[in-house]
Design a protein around this ligand. Structure first.
Ligand SMILES: [Zn+2]
Length: 263
């Protein structure tokens, strides 16, 4: 849930006539946060990505002037998480469903008279879909549409991370555990946090997640416990830094989006 300070920007708290008559609709930025409900190892909740994207957004809003025209939609917690579907607690949409949901939300935002829509994504598995759907929404509605991928392209963390963690630590490792220790420590089962960068990953001729050969993977193909990264070295101070860096960068990008024009 958004902080009290950010609730003023929560679009569904307005009435329909209020939304119809909002001023500044040409500039107003509508944000749809999307994330996942998926396994994050033995130590983090399945809601991790959703908690993180909401926290980052909350902090970004706090960095903007009160009068900045930004409206937040309810978090779409369900994402495309079929890489984790073998693990209990993963609740995933198919890619086809997620594509349709995003397009239909985009259509509704346009019918409400807005001009700018941002998909603020907190889950790696949604990335490709968000990237191509924004073009489809633009084509179908005329909206200006943007995708921000937190911790992938926006504020990718490196401070305090080992080289291995920067390459392989993509899921429930140091970064996500540090962030949860900072903003939701009561949900972290620290005593169960693993160090989990399977040795065989480094023997692949082509490194996973980057390089010239893109291959499909499911989580059980590469890690038995569902974790990729070293969660044992996580701490709240690192988490604070990652949250703060992402919030600062997103606040700046939202300003750019409010001013964005093709003309
Ligand atoms: Zn995650």
């Amino acid at each position: 849930m958004l902080s009290p300070q950010s609730r003023r920007h929560f679009l569904p708290y307005q009435t329909s006539p209020q939304i119809a008559d909002l001023p500044d609709k040409d500039k107003a930025v509508v944000i749809l946060p999307i994330a996942s409900v998926e396994q994050h190892g033995p130590h983090l909740p399945v809601y991790t990505d959703s908690l993180i994207v909401q926290e980052v957004l909350d902090r970004a809003l706090a960095r903007l002037p009160e009068e900045f025209p930004v409206w937040v939609l309810p978090l779409l917690a369900y994402g495309k998480s079929n890489e984790h579907s073998a693990f209990a607690g993963t609740i995933t949409l198919t890619s086809e469903t997620l594509i349709r949901v995003l397009k239909e939300i985009g259509g509704s935002v346009a019918r409400s008279g807005f001009k700018r829509l941002v998909i603020l994504n907190g889950h790696g598995g949604n990335t490709e879909i968000a990237d191509f759907v924004i073009r489809d929404i633009r084509e179908q509605t005329g909206l200006l549409v943007f995708a921000l991928h937190v911790y992938l392209r926006v504020a990718p963390p490196s401070a305090g991370l080992t080289e291995d963690e920067q390459v392989y630590g993509i899921h429930a490792g140091d970064v996500e555990t540090s962030i949860l220790l900072c903003c939701h420590p009561e949900l972290v089962r620290r005593e169960l946090a693993p160090a989990s960068i399977p040795a065989h990953l480094k023997t692949f001729k082509h490194p996973p997640f980057m390089g010239p050969l893109t291959f499909a993977w499911l989580t059980p193909d590469i890690t038995a416990n569902g974790v990729l990264g070293d969660a044992t070295v996580a701490n709240a101070e690192k988490g604070e830094r990652y949250l703060s860096d992402a919030a600062t960068q997103i606040a700046e990008l939202l300003r750019d989006i409010a001013d964005f024009s093709f003309a």
